[in-house]
Write a new protein. Structure first.
Length: 324
C-alpha cells in the first residue's frame, strides 16, 4: 500500500509515495485506496482544485501514477465550514474583474483546515468578493505561512485561475521577500538544495538528499550588528522554503519558532535591540513584491507592499547605534 504521513498542522500536506502494487492506477483510484477516510468524489474535487500535487505538478484525476512518485494532498475542511463568508478586514492592494491582490497580515491562516475551521483568508475573500465562491479555494492560488505577511494573488474567474496556476508551475510569477536573519552574510548567493520531511521531527522540513528541488536567490539589502536584512526571490515554491534554506545556511529568520529556535542573541546589541528581537513573536518574513502576467490582457504587472509596522519597528531599533 501507499505510505501516508499526515500532519494536523495546516501548513503541511499529507504526503504519499506510490508503492509498486498501485503503480499504473488512476490517481483518484490510488487516492481512494490510500485515504479511505475520504470519499472518492471529494478526492477528485481536491485534484481538480489543485490541492493534490504529483511530483509538484497539478494533474488530472484520471492520470496514472508511477511507482515511487511523491504525492502531496492538502485536505480542506468540510464545505459547511470552509465556505462561510466572514466579515474580516482585508487590505486590498489591487482588484479588477480577473484578479485580486491582497496584503496579508500576520496570524492569518490561508484556508480552513483541521484546527482552523474559519477566520481564514479564504473566509474573508468570500465575504468581500462573493463571486469567488465559483472558483476552487475561492481563487487563492498560492500560500503564505500563517505568520508571514505580504502579497497574495486571488483569481476571480476560472480562466484567470488557470493562467495564474500555470505561471506558478512554469516559474514565471516573480515573488520577492524581505527577511531579517540572524548573523552577518558576506554576500548574496543562490541556494539550490532539495527539501524533504525531517527524518526525526516530522512536523518540520529540512534540506536532505531525495527531497524536492528547491531554489532560492538571496541578496543583501542591509547589514546590522549580528543581523542581515535580505532580499529573497523564490524560483520554486516549496513549503517553508525560505525558512528552511536560510536556517540550513546558518542564518535563520529572526523570530522563526520552528527553524530558528535556540539561536543565541549576537553580542554587541544594546538592550533595546535585544529586547525587540527577543519579543518578536513571529518570523521576520514579508512577501514584498509580486510580478505576473495579467491573465486577460497579458501585460506584466507588479505590486509592492511596505513592511508591516512590527517589522519596521524592529529595523528602526537595529538602525540605532548599537553598543553594550
Amino acid at each position: 500500500m501507499t505510505d501516508v504521513e499526515q500532519s494536523e498542522n495546516s501548513d503541511f500536506p499529507m504526503t504519499l509515495q506510490v508503492a509498486a502494487e498501485l503503480a499504473g492506477q488512476r490517481l483518484d483510484v490510488m487516492l481512494a485506496r490510500s485515504l479511505p477516510q475520504y470519499s472518492r468524489s471529494r478526492l477528485q474535487d481536491w485534484v481538480r482544485a489543485g490541492r493534490v500535487l504529483v511530483e509538484g505538478e497539478v494533474v488530472r484525476p484520471r492520470d496514472a501514477v508511477r511507482e515511487g512518485e511523491q504525492i502531496e494532498v492538502w485536505p480542506e475542511a468540510a464545505a459547511s465550514l470552509e465556505d462561510v463568508p466572514q466579515n474580516i478586514p482585508l487590505q486590498v492592494v489591487h482588484a479588477d474583474a480577473d484578479l485580486i491582490v491582497i496584503n496579508k497580515e500576520a496570524g492569518r491562516v490561508m484556508h480552513p483546515a483541521p484546527g482552523h475551521p474559519d477566520n481564514t483568508l479564504l473566509n474573508a475573500v468570500l465575504f468581500h468578493f462573493p463571486d469567488t465562491v465559483q472558483i476552487p479555494r475561492a481563487g487563492i492560488v498560492h500560500r503564505l505561512d500563517r505568520d508571514t505577511t505580504g502579497l497574495v494573488v486571488v483569481a476571480r474567474t476560472e480562466s484567470a485561475c488557470l493562467s495564474l496556476t500555470r505561471q506558478l508551475q512554469e516559474r514565471t510569477m516573480r515573488r520577492e521577500y524581505q527577511a531579517l536573519v540572524h548573523g552577518e552574510l558576506i554576500s548574496g548567493q543562490t541556494i539550490d538544495a532539495p527539501i524533504g520531511r525531517h527524518p526525526r521531527a516530522r512536523q518540520k522540513l529540512c534540506v536532505r538528499a531525495g527531497g524536492r528541488d528547491a531554489i532560492t536567490h538571496v541578496r543583501i539589502r542591509k547589514r546590522y550588528e549580528g543581523a542581515t536584512l535580505l532580499g529573497v526571490r523564490l524560483e520554486t515554491g516549496r513549503t517553508h522554503q525560505i525558512r528552511v534554506h536560510l536556517s540550513h545556511l546558518g542564518y535563520p529568520v529572526v523570530g522563526d519558532p520552528v527553524y530558528g529556535a535556540g539561536r543565541r542573541m549576537p553580542a554587541g546589541l544594546n538592550a533595546a535591540a535585544r529586547d525587540r528581537i527577543a519579543s518578536f513573536a513571529r518570523q521576520a518574513l514579508h512577501a514584498a513584491t509580486l510580478e505576473l502576467k495579467h491573465p486577460t490582457h497579458g501585460e506584466q504587472c507588479t505590486w509592492e507592499a511596505s513592511l508591516p509596522e512590527d517589522f519596521r519597528a524592529l529595523l528602526e531599533v537595529l538602525d540605532e547605534k548599537q553598543g553594550p
